[in-house]
Design a binder for this molecule. Structure first.
Ligand SMILES: Cc1cc2nc3c(=O)[nH]c(=O)nc-3n(C[C@H](O)[C@H](O)[C@H](O)COP(=O)(O)O)c2cc1C
Length: 169
């Protein structure tokens, strides 16, 4: 494996930059089956004195099933040049194609057999700590949500995971 484990406190990602440009691969499952998809929405921070990563998944995603059935998930940032992979994993569904094979990604496994990819620049392995559906009634300013819901799809489920492992090059 090209990646090696690091203390999460030493990671200094440009998160506002990364999650608007490179985006990330969200992966869940185990050694028997898994799925990955591109995500653009992510938060990194701290709650309950834990380092955490929060992701948002619509129920219609195939990845959602793996997020529900497994305790761990991973968030992997690929190098900026991996645009084709991000496009394939963000437009095709694992129900129809083996995206990992199509993109030539190399599977590795972390805590809880959580799958991630050796091609990543850095990876967070997360253990689910809090799960909640987004509630339309809680939206304060409708202007932010107008482009994302209605015909575009269902309301996201929010998954906050404790970052239990971090890997980098
Ligand atoms: C740049 C980009 C960012 C995305 N971010 C998210 C996201 O944060 N949450 C989500 O549910 N879907 C997101 N998607 C859509 C999924 O990646 C896409 O629907 C994917 O095909 C789902 O694959 P699956 O059915 O195999 O899970 C994003 C797509 C792109 C291209």
């Amino acid at each position: 494996m090209k990646l090696h484990p690091v203390d999460v406190k030493t990671l200094t990602p440009e998160i506002f930059q990364v999650f608007g440009t490179q985006n990330a691969l969200l992966t869940a499952g185990d050694k028997t089956a898994c799925n990955t998809m591109t995500i653009g929405w992510c938060q990194l921070g701290r709650i309950w004195n834990l380092p955490v990563c929060t992701v948002y998944v619509r129920p219609e995603r195939y990845t959602y099933q793996f997020m529900e059935s497994h305790d761990y998930f991973t968030v992997a940032i690929l190098p900026a040049g991996e645009r084709k992979t991000m496009q394939v994993c963000g437009t095709k569904s694992g129900r129809d194609v083996d995206k990992i094979k199509e993109c030539g990604l190399t599977l590795c496994y972390g805590a809880g057999d959580a799958p991630f990819f050796d091609e990543a620049e850095w990876v967070l392995v997360c253990k689910k700590a809090y799960v909640q559906d987004m509630d339309p009634a809680c939206v304060v300013d409708q202007v932010h949500i107008a482009p994302y819901y209605g015909e575009k799809g269902g309301w996201h489920r929010i998954y906050t995971g404790e970052v239990v492992e971090a890997y980098t090059r």
